[in-house]
Design a protein around this ligand. Structure first.
Ligand code: IMP
Length: 197
């Protein structure tokens, strides 16, 4: 049995990762909710990878087994990469996801269709108390809408339509999102390091 700590307190991420790993009976998942006293580190990294590693190593002090951390966000090239690593606090520290979406809509309001491309990025870091085991990153390309559509999902899902799709990530089922998302792709890349241990 592999006891894997998911180093995030974002319930949406935990749920997505839980669903994606559900078919691996040999993996027992625990999340930071098992450690209510835990204080997450400041996300001071300049890249998603740096932040994922920082979170994984920090949480590793809690747990004698494996730790998997996710750092992710949305990147819009025509906004010079915003919101990027600031995705969770785009509208300021303490901002809600709705505030962040509102800011993105405003920042992109003058941009025509050709400049509305964007991609989600998910960086994952897998560590043990002995050190870093693997780091992977993956993207999901799409476009950013002028206004929100759909009531499911989280974060920027209601503004994001994946390439080749018509519906936003907040309109498709979570199951479908979990088959094609940035998180899924990153998880698929890191899985061999997790399973073949
Ligand atoms: P983190 O928890 O510091 O990695 O921040 C991630 C932020 O990026 C979240 O607050 C969301 O706003 C955004 N984000 C990451 N993954 C997704 C996703 O799958 N859908 C929508 N927004 C996401």
């Amino acid at each position: 049995m592999i006891r894997l700590l998911i180093a995030t307190s974002n319930l949406h991420k935990v749920r997505e990762i839980r669903n994606m790993l559900g078919r691996y009976e040999e993996i027992e998942l625990i999340s930071l909710r098992a450690f209510p006293e835990y204080e997450p580190p400041e996300e001071t990294g300049a890249t998603f990878q740096e932040n994922a590693l920082l979170k994984a190593l920090h949480a590793s002090k809690l747990h004698s087994g494996l730790v998997l951390a996710d750092d992710s966000g949305l990147v819009v090239p025509s906004l010079q990469g915003e919101p990027g690593v600031y995705s969770a606090r785009y509208a300021g520290v303490g901002a809600t996801e709705a505030d962040n979406r509102k800011k993105l809509v405003e920042r992109m309001s003058g941009l025509d269709e050709g400049l509305r491309g964007g991609h989600f990025v998910c960086a994952l870091a897998l560590v043990s108390p002995l050190g870093v085991i693997a780091q992977e990153e993956a993207r999901c390309e799409g476009v950013i809408l002028h206004k929100e559509r759909g009531g499911q999902g989280h974060g920027y899902d209601s503004l994001f339509v994946k390439e080749g799709y018509r519906l936003t990530f907040a309109e498709i089922s979570e199951e479908t999102k979990n088959q094609v998302s940035h998180r899924r792709r990153a998880l698929d890349k890191i899985l061999p390091a997790l399973i073949n241990r």
